[in-house]
Design a protein around this ligand. Structure first.
Ligand SMILES: [Zn+2]
Ligand SMILES: [Zn+2]
Length: 368
């Protein structure tokens, strides 16, 4: 089959920026060196542009996992131009198609089933699915956002201002324009490009699938570190409306921390969270599926599968009962009602759930 035509603008942009970053930046370091202010600006602009993609383009505009005020959206629009990954409107349109048709080689713009290279960068080098460049029917809601449309209209100018103008100005303040443009402009751009591209490539290839195996998305804490918290991609693909990607407090998810902090400052609101029981039951279902799969072919399989199914149903019931009671308790507390009767019930349900969980763990361990 004939390949679609090359997109020369994208191709030359990626070659020139990457080529420049691996030659000019080391040359400047060897002949001149970079100072602490330049390195600090590199880090700050990396976070500014990266978080504008993950917190703005992704979790705010593509998935509407929360609401943000105009000031926050304006900064995301600037940071998105700094990241040079197309306008928020275009990016969100592509991304919504990615979720809707994940792994479908004909429809998913960056289908991981096409391999690492394609999902990482190859999809942007040729006019694959050319209609994507003018069909914005799946982002009609975003077309009502004046900031999104302003950024879309002036995107080219904004990218030049943010990627060259801003580092040059900061460099002028610091007394060395060229070093700042090379480090905080060029090197930062290339690093953030590839780190965020990893979400489409590596986060669909490398890692675990605790919540679902219906698509290629993976959870990978190491990738979360490189992708501003987006490495918990298996969770994200099943619960895309949750403002978090790393759901445990210890998960590295600076995008989640940013959104939460903005809500404390009154600049973001309506943060959406999937009920914990739905998360737990998705995990449980995967454990059941895996254990059943492992048992296939074993002599005592039938008996064990039956037992497994029974314990699964029991655990799920306990789970629901516990979270239901917990919800009741929370509502009573909110309404300032007396909770003396509810407390022991919740505690008892929690203890029962723990016991059932232990049963389940030893049973699934026996299935290995
Ligand atoms: Zn994905
Ligand atoms: Zn997404």
């Amino acid at each position: 089959m004939k390949k679609p035509p090359l997109i020369w603008l994208n191709l030359s942009l990626f070659i020139l920026t990457f080529g420049g970053a691996v030659t000019l930046v080391p040359w400047r370091e060897l002949t001149h060196g970079f100072d602490a202010v330049e390195w600090l600006t590199f880090v700050l602009l990396a976070f500014f542009s990266g978080l504008s993609i993950t917190g703005g383009y992704h979790r705010l505009w593509s998935h509407k996992t929360y609401k943000a005020n105009a000031a926050v959206r304006f900064f995301y629009a600037l940071g998105g131009a700094l990241a040079l990954q197309n306008s928020a409107l275009h990016w969100s349109s592509d991304h919504r198609v990615h979720h809707k048709h994940v792994d479908d080689n004909d429809k998913d713009p960056y289908s991981a089933k096409m391999g690492f290279w394609y999902s990482h960068i190859g999809w942007m080098l040729r006019e694959y699915q050319a209609h994507r460049y003018h069909d914005y029917s799946n982002v009609r809601d975003l077309q009502n956002d004046a900031i999104v449309m302003w950024q879309h209209k002036h995107y080219l100018l904004l990218t030049v201002l943010m990627n060259i103008g801003l580092p040059a100005f900061l460099g002028w303040l610091n007394g060395d324009v060229l070093s700042m443009v090379l480090l905080a402009g060029l090197a930062r751009l290339v690093v953030v490009h590839h780190c965020t591209f990893f979400i489409n490539s590596l986060a669909h290839i490398w890692g675990s699938q605790p919540y679902t195996d219906k698509n290629t998305a993976r959870d990978n804490p190491l990738l979360a570190f490189l992708t501003y918290g987006e490495g918990y991609h298996n969770f994200h693909h099943i619960f895309e409306n949750d403002y978090r990607n790393g759901i445990h407090w210890w998960d590295y998810d600076p995008t989640k921390w940013l959104i939460k902090s903005l809500s404390w400052l009154g600049m973001a609101k309506d943060l959406r969270k999937v009920p914990q029981e739905r998360i737990e039951s998705a995990k449980l279902q995967m454990q059941l599926k895996r254990s059943q799969h492992k048992l296939a072919g074993r002599k005592d399989a039938e008996e064990l599968i039956e037992k497994l199914q029974l314990e699964y149903e029991r655990l799920k019931q306990q789970l629901m009962a516990y979270y239901e009671a917990k919800k009741e308790l929370l509502e009573a507390r909110r309404a300032h009602l007396c909770v003396n009767e509810l407390l022991p019930r919740v505690a008892e349900l929690k203890a029962r759930l723990k016991l059932q969980q232990q049963n389940w763990n030893s049973l699934t361990a026996a299935c290995r």
